[in-house]
Write a protein of this length. Structure first.
Length: 236
């Protein structure tokens, strides 16, 4: 199966490299691009959820794929939804990996705790380009606590400040919920970035999704990639 892998905030398509390799060993074909605004030299000012989605949709169309599955991790969930909304006949499965599942008119900030939204907004306001940074300390404490120091150091050098427009722009879905794509949700068993019930609530928004669990933190695609690839493969 052809699979589009959509990364979450602060990173790039490279975060999926090891998962993609494991999926390709299983016979799948993968495409895991870096989202708009997430290359080191990108201008991030004014980048929004819809602009990221438009860019992603154009790049998928350049692949000439007529059918594919799409997997969204974390903030990549709404981007996957927008792809499915724009390409309803091409998307044969949508899988969320501890990701946000939004209703029409919601933004990611709407499903985050108010205290966290306040902190993210303050950081973006203090930046020159309305972006939210990620520190090595926060990465290690909340998102990738199962990584060793060397891995954390290596990843910290690649982190990108994410545009606030990814978080605060409401999603616009014309057909996603009516289409009722075959869907799935993969829960990361050691993810402490949010209480587990937050992700369970996201999954409950889907109609009869397949579910799977996979070991690892929120960044399991880098700490437990083979297990995550197995989980994704199991729900396709």
């Amino acid at each position: 199966m052809k699979i589009v892998l959509v990364h979450g905030g602060w990173q790039g398509g490279w975060a999926w490299d090891d998962v993609a390799a494991a999926l390709e060993e299983k016979g799948h074909e993968t495409f895991h691009p870096t989202m708009l605004g997430h290359e080191k030299d990108d201008n991030r000012a004014g980048v929004t959820l819809s602009k990221m989605a438009d860019d992603l949709i154009a790049r998928i169309k350049d692949q000439d794929w007529t059918e594919f599955a799409i997997v969204g991790h974390s903030g990549g969930g709404p981007l996957a939804q927008l792809v499915a909304d724009a390409m309803p006949d091409a998307v044969k499965n949508i899988t969320f990996v501890d990701a946000w599942v939004l209703h029409d008119g919601e933004c990611i900030n709407d499903v985050l705790p108010a205290e966290l939204v306040g902190g993210l907004t303050a950081m973006a306001s203090a930046s020159p380009d309305n972006t939210v940074p990620m520190t090595r300390e926060l990465l290690g404490n909340a998102f990738m606590q199962d990584a060793d120091a060397e891995s954390l150091d290596r990843l910290a050098q690649r982190l990108i400040s994410s545009p606030m427009g990814w978080l605060d722009q409401p999603i616009r879905l014309n057909s996603f919920w009516a289409k009722k794509h075959p869907s799935a949700y993969v829960f990361l068993k050691e993810d402490i970035s949010m209480p587990s019930e937050v992700y369970r609530n996201m999954a409950s928004r889907l109609e009869n999704p397949k579910t799977a669990e996979s070991p690892g933190s929120h960044q399991a695609m880098m700490t437990r990639p083979r297990e995550l690839a197995d989980a994704i493969d199991s729900v396709l």
